[in-house]
Ligand binder design. Structure first.
Ligand code: ATP
Length: 373
């Protein structure tokens, strides 16, 4: 395929510390690929090498059909000749240039057509009429959008973004992400975005590459990463998960809240089921759970239920406004375990109430106990 970014078998070390280890990434034109992983897993290093800011040590990088880095031959095209746009976390607009001048700063041929593009793009980003403003008169979110347009103004075929939204507060981040994504789709640029925020990756990405210790541990669509995590590490990325352990018998893991399919795990393996808080449905014993908004897509998923209709005992419940967090105790191999459910709406049973539990098995994942990704 013509266009896009292809990183092949890239490895990078600082002294004795190997921080990127044989990573390959392909980003097609118009595609947004997110590198997602914890701090220190090598995401920024990979991006900096792709940008040409750090000298490649091992591997190859192609932009479109053009090789820009080759560890074998020492080929190394300087950053400004790669046809890439860059935006890092600490992007800074030039304070002495107005918005329009900031955007077209790097454009070689400052043509009327380019200025027209900038005006239209500002409009699309909700900044119409702001071209003459100076950066200090803009909010953080507005500055971020200008910085993105500056990175796109040179018509790069590849855009590299490192935590571009991390400086913004939660409310602003959502709006800026949405507008930025639309802009990226319109330009057809191949975007590689680094983030440690799984929600951001889910929102922005066509494909997510999860990294840990310098390696890609899973590569898939946001839905695959969320619903089919291949390791405990990936399942854990999305925040609190509940864990129940046990021993696999004939393809199944029996727990106090149901029997889970263990796929190909061998008989006798110590296994754990990781259940997301939103996978639970609770009902006070003797009452039928009220249908709730949000239930509908869950219903076709197979559910496993508490084997006993006596239910389990609630230990606490807190309202988060839109949802409620309810903790309850279940017996397990290692004694009682407290689990936490996140249920939509207001559901605040008193401590001591008995509730029945059903689990959406699409959000429950079984792994061997020693599997750390
Ligand atoms: P974060 O999300 O915190 O930015 P990251 O996944 O982007 O993390 P990197 O910034 O790529 O991780 O860093 C990977 C490892 O390489 C870290 O252990 C870091 O300390 C180390 N490192 C990064 N840059 C350098 C450098 N210039 N010299 C020495 N070590 C470095």
């Amino acid at each position: 395929m013509i266009g896009g970014l292809r990183i092949t078998n890239l490895s990078h070390a600082f002294g004795d510390e190997k921080v990127v280890n044989g990573v390959s990434v392909f980003v097609a034109p118009s595609e947004v690929v997110c590198l997602l992983g914890p701090s220190g897993c090598g995401k920024t290093t990979l991006l900096r090498v792709a940008a040409g800011l750090d000298r490649l040590q091992k591997g190859q990088i192609r932009i479109g059909e053009t090789m820009v880095d080759d560890g074998a031959t020492g080929l190394n095209v300087p950053p400004d000749q790669r046809g890439i746009g860059l935006m890092f976390q600490d992007y800074a607009l030039f304070p002495h240039l107005n918005v329009l001048e900031n955007i077209i700063f790097g454009v070689k041929a400052d043509t009327p057509a380019r200025r027209e593009w900038a005006e239209t793009a500002l409009e699309q980003m909700g900044l119409s009429g702001r071209g003459d403003n100076y950066p200090h008169t803009l909010s953080g979110g507005q500055q971020q959008r200008v910085a993105l347009l500056r990175a796109l103004a040179t018509e790069p075929s590849v855009l590299l973004l490192d935590e571009p939204f991390s400086g913004l507060d939660v409310a602003r981040r959502a709006a800026v992400r949405g507008q930025s994504l639309e802009m990226l789709r319109d330009t057809g640029v191949a975007t590689l975005l680094v983030t440690h925020d799984p929600e951001e990756a889910m929102f922005m990405a066509d494909r997510i590459l999860v990294m840990n210790h310098g390696r890609v541990v899973q590569d898939g669509s946001p839905e695959q990463i969320y619903f089919q995590p291949n390791t405990e590490f990936v399942a854990d990325l999305f925040g609190t998960v509940n864990r129940l352990t046990g021993t696999v018998t004939s393809g199944a893991l029996a727990t106090a809240i149901g029997i889970f399919d263990t796929k190909d795990l061998e008989y006798g393996t110590m296994a754990q089921v990781l259940i997301r808080p939103e996978a639970f449905r609770l009902a006070v014993v003797g009452e039928t759970p009220a249908p709730r908004p949000g239930d509908a897509p869950f219903l076709p998923a197979p559910l496993v239920a508490t084997p006993s209709d006596r239910g389990v005992v609630v230990t606490g419940a807190r309202s988060l406004g839109r949802a409620s967090l309810v903790s309850f105790i279940v017996p397990s191999d290692n004694g009682d375990v407290e689990l936490e459910a996140r249920v939509p709406g207001v559901f605040l049973p008193e401590p001591g109430t008995r509730v029945t539990v059903t689990v959406n098995t699409k959000q429950a994942h079984v792994f061997p106990v020693d599997d750390n990704g």
